[in-house]
Every structure is written in structure tokens, then in C-alpha cells.
Design a protein around this ligand. Structure first.
Ligand SMILES: [Zn+2]
Length: 82
């Protein structure tokens, strides 16, 4: 478990932690090169947030710092992403 989530788990009641986790699990970050990452799996948290912001992140596939799009997973991505 990433440090961010360990901290979150220590400050939140177990039930609340699960709510934040399942909420975050519906989101992913997408690099312009097409690489997608699960926000939760990379230590992120996205809870009760709206819109589709962008974040400057280093992509593990193309190795560049690019503006990743934060977006909700589609139905099939929710199943296919590990
Ligand atoms: Zn990339």
C-alpha cells in the first residue's frame, strides 16, 4: 500500500476508507501517448471531485513529463485495467 493510502487509512474510519477507495477506483490518468494508469494504484485519491483536470506527471511508458488527463473510466476500462 502506498504511503498516501496508509496515512488515509490511519485517519479515516474503515468504512470511509472503503468509500474513498471505490470512488477513486473509477478514475484513471491518461498520458497523450495513450498510457493509462489507475489513480488509486499509483497512490492517488480522488473523492467527490468534479470535472476532468490535468496533471503534470512523468509517464512510465514514454518517460516524459506530460499533461495527463484525469478522467472517469469507461465501462470496459473498469473491468480490463489490472
Ligand atoms: Zn506517455
Amino acid at each position: 500500500m502506498p504511503a498516501e493510502h496508509r496515512l488515509l487509512k490511519s485517519i479515516l474510519p474503515a468504512k470511509m476508507f472503503e468509500v474513498v477507495k471505490s470512488g477513486t477506483k473509477q478514475w484513471l490518468m491518461e498520458c497523450p501517448c495513450g498510457h493509462k494508469r489507475d489513480i488509486w494504484d499509483s497512490g492517488g485519491i480522488r473523492y467527490k471531485a468534479a470535472g476532468q483536470p490535468r496533471r503534470l506527471l512523468r509517464c512510465p511508458r514514454c518517460g516524459k513529463a506530460t499533461w495527463h488527463r484525469i478522467r472517469k473510466k469507461t465501462e470496459s476500462e473498469r473491468v480490463e485495467l489490472p
